[in-house]
Each structure stands twice: as C-alpha cells, then as structure tokens.
Write a protein that binds this ligand. Structure first.
Ligand code: AMP
Ligand code: ZN
Ligand code: FE
Ligand code: FE
Length: 294
C-alpha cells in the first residue's frame, strides 16, 4: 500500500517521525510520504527510522506547502495546500519560503490564541508553543490546548466550535501564491501535487478552470482520493486529472490523534508513484535495507 500524505510532530501530527514509520509498517504500508506543513524538519528522523527497518519500505520525503490563490476580479482569496515531493531541501528560494511560512504561523497562531483568551477561554500561547514543541505551529495545537483546558471534548470539536475558517477567531496566514510555489518546487527538482483541492467543508475551493491553470503552470498531480472529498467530486477530479494530463493520487492525510483518519485509509496506485519518482530530480526516495541500497 502507498500513502503519500502524512503528518508528524514536525508539524501538527502527534506521532514522532520514528513512530510514524513504525505505525505505517504496522498498517501494512510499503511506501509513505512524510508531508509536514511548511517544513522538512521530520525528514532526517524518518529516514533514520527507515534505515533501521528489516522489512521492505520506501520513504518519500515531502512537504505540504501553505498556499493561496487570488481569483481575478477581486473575489476573496482561497487557501490551498500544495504537496511537494522529492525536492532538494537545500534549494535556497524554497528553503527561505518555508522559513517565512513557519514564522507567519507563529504570529497568526498567537493572534488567534489572544483573541480566544480575550473572549474568556482559559488557554495560553506558552502552552500552545509547548504542545507544538518546535514543529510548525497550527490550529490543531490550539485545539489540543482547548481540549486540555476542558473547553472542548476533542480537537475535532475545537475545529467545529472555535477554529474553523468561518469562526470569528479565524485568521489567515501569510501563505505563498500557489503559482510561485509550483515554480519553486519544480526549480528544486520536486513534484507538485495539489492536496485535497475540493475539501469543501473547509471553505471556498478552486474551480476546474483554476485547476487547469495550475496544471498549465507545472503542477503534476491532483490528490483525488481524500477523506474530505465526496464520491462525485472524486469521480470528476479523476476525469479532470486525465483530461489535464496530470497524475491522480490518494492519501490518508494522517495526523495521529489530532484527526480520526487512519494511515492507509486512502492510497495511491503503483503507476502514479512510479511517475512521481521518475519526474523528480531533487533527491531520491529513501529505501530500507531490505528494499534497496540504504
Ligand atoms: P492551519 O495549518 O493552522 O491552518 O490548520 C489547518 C490544519 O488543521 C490542517 O492540517 C487540517 O488537517 C487540520 N484540520 C482541519 N480541520 C480539522 C478538524 N475538523 N479536526 C482536526 N484537524 C483539522
Ligand atoms: Zn495539518
Ligand atoms: Fe492539507
Ligand atoms: Fe495535510
């Protein structure tokens, strides 16, 4: 089984990279992409864990970039997530964007927390930073603080009640224009794949025309099979990927206990994986000793 989208404690997942690899093996996954938000911070630890495995396993290093699309005609900005696989982590332009995005998460997270405190919720920014523990700070960390404080009964309820994009406490981040992100990932030898483009419950999503523009700009794939996509949307996205000549992927978007999805709950076909690896020139996948040359 191939799962190309999973988070660790390097961002808002709850498994350390080592635990993530162990849990992937236990779930019957043979190829996993680690795709933390705006960071490559989990890559080294995950790679070391893969090199200690005695089963055949391949790690695809990746990142989920926080992006924004500004529709023409002055319509409201649309937040987007773009997965980048197998890019060169030392590519300077992309590296400095990752640092800028992580920095922007800090100011925005603190502002959300201050607004919640002002409204009487008994949490602190210090505790949120402690929970994030050096990883890219995100709303799930604030959700965990609200859960610990007894305000909500789960991180998921924290989103429903206080943290969703339509909540009065919501604030956007200083995200990267998606066309720039596609360009920088390609320049770094990586493969850009749009993550959950029609996750409609999170807010407004991009239309088919915009997906075509992204493909035109160098996006190489669409994450079709994702828990936040309806059956009808999956069917349309699969057809659209075919029409646009880009690949289709599927993945769990696992976040440990911060979300209810399980590793391997959605998966990618071997041909799509082969194409991703073939299209990449930034860095190779990491193979366990039983698989290859690690
Ligand atoms: P942020 O990156 O800070 O904007 O937070 C967005 C993250 O929160 C994404 O990675 C989502 O996977 C996660 N998220 C969105 N909705 C929920 C939810 N209902 N429960 C738990 N996590 C969620
Ligand atoms: Zn996340
Ligand atoms: Fe995402
Ligand atoms: Fe994700």
């Amino acid at each position: 089984m191939i799962d190309l989208h999973a988070h660790s404690t390097a961002s808002d997942g709850t498994d350390t990279p080592t635990e993530l690899i162990a849990n992937a093996v236990a779930a019957g996954i043979q190829t996993l992409a680690i795709t933390d938000h705006d960071t490559t911070g989990g890559w080294d630890e995950a790679a070391a864990a893969v090199c200690r495995l005695d089963s055949a396993f391949t790690l695809i290093p990746g990142t989920e970039f926080s992006c924004v699309h500004q529709p023409s005609g002055g319509a409201k900005r649309i937040g987007l997530h773009l997965l980048g696989y197998l890019f060169d982590p030392e590519s300077e332009a992309l590296k400095s964007e990752r640092a800028r995005l992580r920095q922007s998460r800090l100011g925005r997270g603190q502002a959300i927390v201050e607004a919640l405190i002002a409204a009487g919720y008994p949490i602190s920014w210090q505790r949120v930073v402690q929970i994030a523990d050096g990883g890219s700070v995100g709303r799930p960390h604030i959700g965990q603080a609200l859960h610990e404080a007894g305000v909500v009964s789960s991180v998921n309820d924290a989103f429903t009640e206080l943290l969703s994009n339509s909540s009065p406490y919501y604030l956007p981040k200083q995200d990267m224009p998606v066309l720039q992100a596609i360009q920088l990932i390609r320049q770094a030898g990586g493969v850009p794949v749009i993550a959950h483009p029609w996750a409609r419950k999170r807010g407004t999503v991009i239309d088919e025309q915009t997906l075509a523009e992204l493909a035109q700009a160098g996006m190489l794939g669409i994450e079709v099979d994702h828990a936040d996509h309806s059956g009808a949307d999956r069917a349309r996205l699969r057809a659209l990927a075919h029409e646009l000549g880009v690949l289709s992927t599927g993945s769990s978007d696992y976040h440990g206990t911060h979300k209810s999805v399980r590793l391997g709950s959605e998966s990618t076909g071997p041909q799509a994986l082969e194409q991703i690896v073939g299209l990449a020139s930034g860095r190779p996948p990491i193979e366990s000793p039983a698989r290859g040359t690690s």
